[in-house]
Design a protein around this ligand. Structure first.
Ligand SMILES: Nc1ncnc2c1ncn2[C@@H]1O[C@H](COP(=O)(O)OP(=O)(O)O)[C@@H](O)[C@H]1O
Ligand SMILES: [Mg+2]
Length: 1062
């Protein structure tokens, strides 16, 4: 009878990693009995609770005992390795004893603790060793009439290739999967090692791990993308009953489940890289399909055959196996998305129902059959004898048959003994080698490998014996090292009486403690050595130099941080260093860790590019996202990869995701080429190749707030790159205007933007010129285009391309129109900036389209910013008969009439003022000095002057309204400068921890109280009202500049000097 049970699921949450602690992470997981809850760090009320068979709290409440084992501190709910084995491992053992197949899968993102639970670290042994040890303990109890046969195998699936981790030589292309009627899928030629003690298994696991570690460096493979499958076959032969029970125990440490992110907004031309883990994707599909089957849905096909892993696990999933899944999760808030996805995956898995049966293997059947046949033959012989009908020939024949059968029976049993004996021999040899290694560790200095995967660190040791020893790819070296950037003869270590020096060969890359070395360098105990692009080693000095220091701090992260720091990149540089009390900004820490993670990968890609003569150089750049946010709030940064062609100077910028995707494909190509295969034809398939593209060079923010008051703005904006460096300067003007494009003057300005609510608002963006464009200066044959997006237009607008001119004149004007300014629109103008992008064009790249195609236009040709349905793209004009069109025409007429009325009003007011002035002049004869004049005070910036000139000077004295408008205009111009500087400050992140301190700092720097533009405008408004009242009650001359002290501060030239001293 099959036992029908669901897949048993357990969740385990690990302690914070050092990285998470540094980032000041918060724990988002809580557990209560067998339920696990996760809360969304951005929305803590949003909690999701999952109920699984078991929940292991391994996050906190533990201490290290004297052997280094993590145990519960007092009586609390901490689940250490022992508890996990007790709850899961013992179930596996029980199934095995009963003759059921058992499978244990560890699922979770890289670094979540899969290997910790399965294999374990040091004294904290995982389930696999514990299960094996317990199994042997029980089999050695010496039960009579029972024999046990245990075989062990260990394989890895990488890129759909099966690698035997116990084989001495590696089969190119990996082992084949075959299908057998009775056995199902199996790996053809996999080494199954018979074992009769746990010590043997321990050695085999060590051997397998060594093989895995060597493979990652030789093949430049990443262990997190590979699946490791350990299989223990356990047979119990009951001699009396002639029954054999057989159980196959599969222990699977799956590849990291982190979702392959899409290659960012630009998407990658080559998609295969992201599909690389076919096995993991298919496992997900199989689980989903089986979960549907369990809920009664009709599923036609379960895609077991789509990947190597699912073929091998077919019986574990919905078949003849008792299956357990352990979902390993990180507790940290930064892993929230991945953890949630792991829990959802586990939830699907728990629905799967398996039908396990007690197994008897074909070999045992054969033995049983042979025995049964022999019994029959012997019975017949006895029968013949007793009836006296014995014929010599017949007896002879029967005896032959019996003897033949017995021989076959013996050989079936002997094979096991013989195989076991051979395995014991190998094991003895390994034990001797291990003893020798231990002895050498006590005698010589050595290099200890450090891998990205902590499970594969400290696995390989290279001894530096007395004299000199060469290191490199060639087999003639004393230490043979494979890996990116390691040359045939790469370096020489010399050991003279315990003093060790390292001398790299000519043009051979080597770094010690992060610093590149070229000549002979003396090594000291615990120096960090990197050879080639990424082969990292911790140098263990001769015994006399050694200390008790804990070596675990020298992990892969340590090496990479050191390398980054030596290259001038550090947390402080990123502006994340918090004061002692305040922790560093987690988002910046995340960027730092991304950078550290990518650093060795970039080195590897550069190495591949060099070896394959691709002429490409890859560099990491930190991109400042404050530049992409139209409100300038975003302090986030991200890491991008800049690719430069060394000879053509072509440039590409790749997102992290695109780079990761390409790296996988590059590795594949590199390995194929090294294996002597021909390169795939056509550059389209080449992961190094990319068509020339327009490169984003820089960005500027031009604040639109002036337009909310219908004030014009002329600005020379700095276009800065991701690092805040100026790439060019752009002169542009924002000009409020009427529907037909007549530019508004100062008298048209409004004090309160709400006055524009519901009215038609038009303005022009005039791109004048771009100066000092670095991109154009750096290489010939380049061009630029300017792109910007206004409000919620569906796409960017681009100016016409200008090629090969360092100071390109652009001189393009586009008019925008909101027919009925909504609250949102006015809010947009007040709070947002126009983001202007500078794009670098290079030979052969596609220029950005500069037509208005696809954008709704008004009949006058302005780009329509609201009611996009009113006028659709490409329309020759609105249908004059439609009601919308009629309304629109009416609106236009009203607009025009208002315009005319305003004109009249303006003329009257001017006249009135002239008369007033004349009157004052005549009566007082009081001549004002130029220095007191408010006009003088506002003419301080170059931009203002030229703007004034552009508009033409009007009467020598203007209205209070006009003075107010001028003050406002200058205020906005200065505000733009302030904002730009503020943005710059955000890039630089001055060492102040509190935002309020930052504001104080800025207000000191500007010499003005730091006010929001809105409150400033209000203040101006109040003063203005007072002015007009005073004006009405007294006929005394009154200068608004005297009554508007705030404006005075802002009309002062911006004190750049103060900021430069930053
Ligand atoms: N339960 C745990 N208790 C203590 N440390 C853990 C635990 N789980 C994982 N770790 C540590 O976290 C790191 C990553 O764990 P690992 O098992 O290698 O992750 P994975 O195999 O999922 O990539 C290792 O340094 C490991 O020692
Ligand atoms: Mg692992």
């Amino acid at each position: 009878m099959p036992s029908v049970d669901s897949v048993k699921v357990a969740v385990r949450v690990r302690p914070f990693s050092q990285r998470e602690k540094d980032a000041g992470s918060k724990c988002v997981i809580s557990m209560n009995s067998n339920s696990t809850s996760i809360y969304d760090p951005r929305n803590p009320e949003h909690v999701k609770t999952f109920t699984f068979d078991l929940a292991f709290w391994s996050h906190s409440g533990f201490l290290k005992d004297k052997n280094g084992v993590l145990v519960p501190a007092g009586c609390n709910s901490y689940a250490g390795q022992r508890e996990v084995f007790h709850d899961l491992g013992e179930g596996v053992l029980e199934s095995a004893w009963q003759g059921y197949n058992a499978t244990l899968l560890a699922y979770g993102q890289t670094g979540s603790g899969k290997s910790y639970s399965m294999i374990g670290y040091g004294a904290n042994r995982g389930i696999v060793p514990a299960v094996c040890e317990e199994l042997f303990k029980a089999t050695q109890s010496g039960e009579e009439n029972k024999q046990y046969q245990i075989t062990f195998s260990m394989l890895e699936i990488y890129n759909e290739q099966v690698i035997d981790l116990l084989a001495k030589t590696r089969k190119p292309g990996g082992l084949k999967i075959r299908e057998d009627q009775q056995q199902g899928f199996y790996v053809d030629g996999l080494k199954l090692v018979p074992c009769d003690s746990y010590a043997q298994i321990e050695r085999l696991m060590e051997q397998g791990n060594k093989m895995r570690t060597t493979a990652t460096t030789t093949m430049n493979a990443t262990s997190s993308r590979s699946h490791m499958v350990i299989t223990v076959q356990f047979k119990q032969i009951f001699l009396d009953e002639a029954i054999t029970k057989q159980s196959i125990i599969n222990l699977v440490d799956l590849a990291g489940s982190e979702r392959q992110k899409s290659a960012g907004p630009e998407k990658d031309r080559l998609k295969e890289g992201t599909r690389v883990n076919l096995s993991l994707t298919t496992l997900g599909n199989v689980i989903s399909a089986l979960a549907e089957v369990a809920t009664g849905k009709k599923v036609l096909h379960i895609p077991y055959r789509d990947s190597v892993l699912t073929k091998l696990l077919q019986s574990a999933l919905g078949g003849n196996s008792r299956t357990i899944m352990i979902a390993a999760v990180s507790p940290a808030d930064i892993c929230y998305e991945e953890t949630l996805s792991t829990l959802r995956y586990a939830e699907r898995a728990k629905k799967i129902r398996n039908k396990a049966v007690v197994n008897s293997s074909p070999t045992e059947k054969l033995i049983q059959e042979l025995k049964a046949e022999n019994n029959k033959l012997l019975g017949r012989l006895a029968g013949l004898r007793s009836t006296g009908t014995l014929v010599d020939d017949e007896t002879q024949e029967l005896r032959c048959l019996v003897a033949g059968n017995e021989q076959r029976l013996r050989s079936a049993q002997d094979t096991w003994e013989a195989r076991l004996e051979a395995a014991r021999g190998e094991w003895q040899q390994q034990r001797a080698a291990l003893a020798q290694e231990r002895q050498m560790m006590e005698t010589f200095p050595y290099l200890l490998n450090i891998n990205e995967d902590p499970q594969l660190s400290w696995v390989l040791k290279y001894f530096i014996q007395d004299g000199s020893c060469d290191v490199g790819q060639s087999t003639s070296n004393a230490i043979i090292l494979r890996g990116f950037g390691i040359l045939d003869k790469h370096a020489t270590f010399t050991n003279t009486d315990g003093e060790v020096t390292l001398t790299p060969g000519h043009k051979c890359k080597a770094t010690v403690n992060g610093v590149p070395i070229t000549g002979k360098t003396k090594l000291q105990h615990l120096d960090r050595v990197i050879l080639g692009s990424s082969s990292a080693f911790l140098y263990i000095g001769p015994p006399a130099e050694r200390t008790d220091e804990d070596l675990s701090r020298y992990d892969y992260d340590f090496f990479q941080s050191e390398l980054a720091a030596a290259g001038g990149f550090s947390l402080d540089k990123l502006g994340a260093a918090g004061s002692k009390e305040s922790r560093a900004d987690p988002s910046i820490l995340a960027v730092f860790h991304d950078y550290i993670k990518l650093l060795p990968l970039v080195a590897e890609v550069n190495q591949m590019s060099e070896e394959l003569k691709k002429d490409l150089m890859f560099e990491l750049k930190v991109k400042n996202l404050a530049l992409s946010d139209s409100r300038g709030y975003d302090l986030q940064k991200e890491v991008v990869v800049r690719v430069t062609h060394v000879t053509t100077h072509q440039v590409w910028v790749w997102s992290q995701a695109k780079f990761m995707n390409r790296k996988v494909l590059m590795e594949e190509l590199y390995q194929r080429l090294r294996a002597g295969e021909a390169a795939p034809a056509g550059r389209e398939r080449d992961p190094f190749w990319e068509p020339p593209e327009a490169v984003h060079l820089g960005r500027a923010h031009v604040w639109l707030e002036a337009l909310a008051h219908r004030a014009p703005l002329r600005q020379r904006a700095a276009l800065r790159d991701h690092q805040g460096l100026r790439q060019a300067r752009l002169l542009l003007a924002l000009r409020p205007c009427g529907a037909r494009g007549r530019l508004f003057g100062e008298d048209d300005m409004v004090m309160d933007p709400l006055e524009l609510l519901g009215r038609r608002v038009d303005f022009q963006v005039h791109m004048v010129e771009c100066r000092g464009v670095k991109w154009l200066r750096e290489a010939a044959g380049r061009g630029i285009q300017i792109g910007y997006r206004v409000y919620d237009l569906p796409r960017c607008l681009y100016t016409k391309p200008v090629w090969k001119n360092v100071n390109p004149k652009i001189d393009e004007t586009v008019q925008f129109s909101a027919l009925k300014a909504s609250y949102e629109f006015l809010n947009y103008l007040q709070k947002n900036a126009l983001i202007i992008d500078l794009w670098g064009l290079q030979e052969g790249c596609v220029e950005m389209g500069c037509s208005f195609e696809g954008l709704p236009l008004t009949p006058e040709g302005a780009v329509l910013l609201d009611s996009p349905n009113a006028l659709t793209a490409g329309d020759a004009g609105p249908d004059p008969s439609s009601p919308m069109s009629k309304l629109y025409q009416k609106l236009l007429r009203v607009e025009e009439e208002t315009e005319q009325l305003r004109e009249v009003n303006r003329a009257l007011r001017d006249e009135n003022l002239l008369l007033k002035d004349k009157l004052k002049w005549d009566t007082s004869h009081c001549e004002k000095t130029e220095s007191e004049s408010p006009t003088k005070a506002i003419e301080v910036t170059e931009e203002t002057l030229s703007f004034r000139e552009a508009e033409g000077r009007r009467s020598p004295r203007t209205s209070w309204d006009a003075e107010f408008a001028k003050a406002l205009k200058i205020f906005y111009q200065n505000m733009s400068v302030v904002r730009e500087q503020f943005l710059e400050l955000k890039h630089l992140r001055p060492p102040v921890s509190q935002p309020s301190t930052l504001l104080q700092f800025i207000s000191v720097a500007t010499g003005a109280p730091f006010l929001t533009p809105r409150s400033f405008v209000l203040a101006l408004g109040i003063c203005k009202r007072e002015v007009s009242i005073t004006d009405r009650v007294s006929s005394h001359h009154f200068s608004p500049s005297m009554r508007l002290p705030l404006s005075m501060h802002f009309v002062q030239p911006w004190r750049h000097k103060d900021l430069e001293t930053l």
